[in-house]
Write a protein that binds this ligand. Structure first.
Ligand code: SAM
Ligand code: SF4
Length: 322
């Protein structure tokens, strides 16, 4: 369907839990997080019903997210059921990779169409500093298992930390030997991300070009989102940038988000949308009407650069799904 600004909305980011095995500094506090009571988290059958309603109004692509989606039991079963829904063309997953090695066979059997692995550094001490867990070896096992699967659409997402040129260069280097996309995400001022020192695509490009040569634009579409891709000399894979801050791309936005409690969020920055959970007691028609009304009112654009914004999102990123 189209929103009030004529944008086609066909992509849903579906958060299935607020729990996580890591504590990335820009996403979650070290402790003191108020976990959602289990009774408030949508059951799989409720999620499936909602996805059917979203599919009926034109959502074709689903990204499973969290918290960390692989900490919730039965995620592969959920994926195979979502894949069977009429109208759903693609189901992908974003993960921190900690449990990827063990769960990859089940995810592949479920028919997963792509995996995004979030990884900000290849340095073990630095990883522990960013995520507050010494889990890099497990993540790398997951990554190596995944890139050995022929044809798996694998992307690596790095939230770029200011001044970490060596991390950026090392991560980009993975795309030299492997046919994967390594993407750099500008830190967004959502939740704890507001405390991060900013850095931009321009900073990262300068570092990568010094290390590897000129980045040449790569025009083919590789994903569902706003990432721009580039090639580098002798690289098998691609380099991508998701530059929501320095290069706003809201005019092309195709997505909405559903939180683990069933709140339909229509823009990352604002606390606006519709609480679908109470409507689960009613009919599919009522759900559909509420979803359509919320999408119709989807905000035009984020205002990350402004200090005071009405209805600013107060949740942390792990409660939203990224
Ligand atoms: N745990 C999974 C993961 O890390 O991929 C899924 C949830 S996580 C919230 C989804 C994505 O949001 C990750 O790629 C993460 O790096 C990104 N993210 C979290 N906080 C962010 C921020 N402040 N700015 C930009 N990206 C952020
Ligand atoms: Fe967990 Fe992902 Fe947030 Fe890191 S970014 S704390 S892995 S939900």
């Amino acid at each position: 369907m189209h929103d009030g600004f004529g944008r086609t909305i066909d992509y849903l980011r579906l958060s299935i839990t607020d729990r996580c095995s890591l504590r990335c500094t820009y996403c979650m506090p070290e402790d003191g997080v108020q976990w959602l009571p289990h009774g408030e988290i949508l059951r799989y059958e409720e999620i499936l019903r909602l996805v059917r309603v979203f599919a009926a109004i034109g959502v074709k692509k689903i990204k499973i997210t969290g918290g960390e989606p692989l900490v919730r039991k039965g995620v592969s079963g959920l994926i195979s059921e979502i894949k069977a829904i009429d109208g759903i063309e693609q189901v992908t997953l974003t993960t921190n990779g900690v449990a990827l090695k063990e769960q990859l066979p089940d995810l592949l059997s479920a028919g997963i169409d792509g995996i995004n692995l979030s990884l900000d550094t290849l340095d073990r001490a630095r990883f522990a500093e960013i995520t507050r867990r010494d889990a890099l070896p497990r993540v790398l096992e997951g990554l190596e298992t995944a890139w050995n699967v022929p044809g798996l659409n694998l992307k690596l997402n790095c939230v770029a930390q200011a001044g970490r040129a060596s991390d950026w260069a090392a991560l980009a280097g993975l795309a030299k030997e492997h046919n994967i996309a390594v993407r750099f995400i500008e830190p967004m001022p959502i939740g704890l991300g507001g405390d991060m020192e900013t850095c931009t695509e321009t900073d990262i490009r300068a570092v990568l070009e010094t290390a590897y040569g000129t980045l040449e634009p790569f025009d083919a579409v590789l994903g569902n989102g706003p990432s721009k891709y580039f090639t580098l000399p002798d690289f098998q894979g691609k380099i991508g940038f998701i530059s929501a801050v320095s290069h706003q791309f809201c005019d092309q936005c195709n997505r909405v988000r559903l939180t683990a409690t069933g709140y339909l969020k229509t823009c990352l920055q604002y606390d606006v949308g519709a609480d679908l959970r109470p409507l689960l007691a009613g009919s599919d028609e009522e759900l559909q009407a509420a979803i359509k009304a919320a999408i119709q009112n989807k905000p035009k654009a984020h205002r990350f650069s402004e200090k005071t914004v009405e209805n600013r999102e107060a949740h942390i990123m792990s409660q939203i799904g990224g």
